[in-house]
Design a binder for this molecule. Structure first.
Ligand SMILES: [Fe+2]
Ligand SMILES: [Fe+2]
Length: 244
């Protein structure tokens, strides 16, 4: 496996590795700035590949922040490997993530971020959004780069296979198809539809991102507000029946 690196917005690099066994991409996002930030560590067993991708952009030992949405192997499984390679690096995640999961698992404690807290990287500025159960898990959160308006949206818009790094056409149609297909498979019900789901997605749409960085599938550039609203409508229709 080799990483495919693409700059999807100024200084925001998508590091994508297609895993043939899972038949999906695992994408990390590096924001190269005074204090470099990596979104998603990738899985522990894919660490050497992710490291190769990061090393093609910056000196990995200079990494300062490691963010992720929720406690799963592809989000933060290689956290301790990164903490070894980058002595100044610290994980940043939700309060729940830090207290309930990460601080027991990780070799150094995480910095918990409050909802809307800002992490200044240099030119770039990251806003943390606490989004419990969106895309899934109690500890879930997302990061929004406010200068060039890039939303790093974890598993939202999930779609499989090895598509192009960046599209300007549509990702919600692909995401919808994936949800329908997964409903009858062993990975069904990955995203709960709760009383918070629609309001959380509307909050994300209101940020009016220019670019969406997807963990699995193509990133999107264009009217991201509409993509998010369309995703919210699809989720309501496909899995939200009966939820207020
Ligand atoms: Fe996930
Ligand atoms: Fe994921």
């Amino acid at each position: 496996m080799r990483p495919n690196v693409t700059e999807i917005a100024a200084d925001v690099f998508r590091i994508s590795t297609f895993h043939p066994e899972f038949a999906i991409q695992f994408n990390q996002f590096l924001i190269a700035d005074d204090e470099p930030f990596l979104m998603h560590t990738g899985m522990k067993k894919m660490f050497s590949t992710t490291l190769e991708g990061v090393a093609s952009i910056i000196d990995p030992s200079k990494l300062r922040w490691i963010g992720f949405s929720h406690f799963e192997s592809d989000e933060c499984g290689a956290l301790n490997e990164w903490l070894k390679v980058a002595p100044q690096a610290q994980a940043v995640c939700s309060f729940v993530g830090a207290v309930v999961m990460v601080n027991d698992f990780a070799d150094r404690p995480a910095r918990p971020l409050a909802d809307n807290e800002i992490l200044q990287l240099g030119r770039h500025r990251l806003q943390f959004l606490s989004t419990p159960h969106v895309p899934h898990c109690w500890d879930a959160g997302l990061f929004f780069e406010t200068v060039d308006r890039t939303l790093l949206c974890s598993d939202l818009f999930f779609h499989p296979e090895n598509p192009e790094p960046l599209t300007e056409s549509d990702v919600v149609g692909r995401a919808r198809q994936s949800i329908v297909q997964s409903l009858s498979g062993p990975m069904a019900n990955d995203m709960p539809y709760t009383v918070y789901t629609d309001a959380t997605l509307r909050r994300l749409a209101a940020l009016e991102p220019h670019t969406l960085g997807l963990m699995h599938g193509s990133s999107f550039k264009g009217n991201s507000r509409q993509q998010i609203l369309d995703l919210a409508a699809a989720l309501k229709e496909l899995i939200g029946k009966g939820v207020a």
